[in-house]
Design a protein around this ligand. Structure first.
Ligand code: C2E
Ligand code: MG
Ligand code: MG
Ligand code: MG
Length: 291
């Protein structure tokens, strides 16, 4: 750690360094003001194909730059946003910010990367949800294939008919659907089988246990289940090479975690993508230049 002349440590700011204050719970007015004052921002965590380790896409993760508390974790404020109904406006902002970022990377940098956005179950209750996403994609000239939405099991079980309709509409626009934190929710296998989903995201709690005999068997079962349901399986929260080796041996399709990269600011992420040597990110531009 670097130090000043009087031995005060200089800690370089990194976007993943979040203010940790367990008791802090913002209220409606604070969150509403944060939205108005543009205090929210997105960080991006890369996802990679196994075993090629080609960069496959990014996950957008929400942060709140609090004027006094520093950067606040979504774990602190998403639940408040959900309880107060503000998640509708915040969720809209997230989708818009992610799509505008993709637009900027595509037009200004020639970088064509897919971005996954987390969606709260409450956002699906809004009748205009799908139409607004399609409109934003259109307005920014972004193909639906570049957008991935991460839903949770509770999104599927509360109103299955509605969830089926919404997923079908999104997928027909090319948007990819991932089931996030799989294994921690309450969806039944019978219900899961009725959905057409592109990705199963195995929760990090399973990755953390993968080095035990039983943990490895459970991860194996989840990956096989995902493949049986014709989904690609991605493991989140990969922190060490042993976990990666186990996931690779169990034919997991993609990985994401601190082992590869923490969530990055948009600028840091652009630099990361440019030096990643993943030709796919630049393929669309090269194709259009060639023609
Ligand atoms: P999630 O969607 O499951 O995101 C993965 C979380 O794991 C992120 O935490 C990420 O920073 C963290 N993570 C990534 N790699 C590792 C690793 O190797 N080890 C460990 N221990 N953790 C890792 P984050 O950014 O604090 O987000 C927490 C949760 O907040 C997300 O979980 C998601 O459920 C929610 N969230 C984040 N952004 C949004 C958003 O825009 N909208 C909604 N509705 N929810 C969001
Ligand atoms: Mg997620
Ligand atoms: Mg997740
Ligand atoms: Mg998770």
């Amino acid at each position: 750690v670097a130090q000043t002349s009087d031995n005060t440590p200089i800690v370089q700011y990194r976007p993943e360094m979040l203010a940790s204050c367990a008791e802090y719970r913002p209220d409606y007015n604070e969150l509403k003001l944060a939205l108005k004052n543009r205090e929210f921002f997105l960080v991006y965590q890369p996802k990679f194909d196994l075993p090629s380790m080609q960069l496959q896409g990014l996950e957008a993760l929400l942060r709140w730059r609090h004027p006094l508390r520093g950067v606040v974790s979504p774990l602190v404020f998403i639940s408040v946003a959900e309880q107060t109904g503000l998640i509708a406006a915040i969720g809209d902002w997230v989708v818009k910010a992610a799509i505008m970022q993709m637009e900027s990377w595509q037009r200004q940098e020639g970088v064509y990367v897919s971005v996954a956005v987390n969606v709260s179950p409450l956002q699906l209750k809004d009748d205009g949800f799908v139409a607004r996403i399609k409109a934003l994609l259109n307005l920014n000239g972004i193909a639906g294939e570049f957008l991935q939405l991460e839903l949770t099991e509770s999104s599927l079980i509360e109103d299955p008919r509605r969830a089926h309709t919404i997923i079908a509409e999104l997928r027909s626009a090319g948007v990819q659907i991932a089931l996030d934190d799989f294994g921690t929710g309450y969806s039944s296998l019978a219900a899961l089988q009725t959905y057409q989903l592109d990705y199963l995201k195995m929760d990090k709690s399973f990755v953390q246990k993968i080095q035990t005999r039983q943990g490895r068997s459970v991860s194996h079962a989840i990956i096989q289940l995902g493949h049986a349901l014709e989904m690609r399986v991605i493991a989140e929260g990969v922190e060490n090479a042993e976990q990666e080796a186990a996931l690779c041996a169990l034919t997991c399709d993609q990985v994401q975690g601190f082992l590869y990269s923490h969530p990055l600011s948009a600028d840091q992420c652009l630099a990361f993508m440019k030096q990643s040597g993943s030709p796919d990110l630049f393929a669309v531009e090269e194709a259009s230049v060639a023609s």
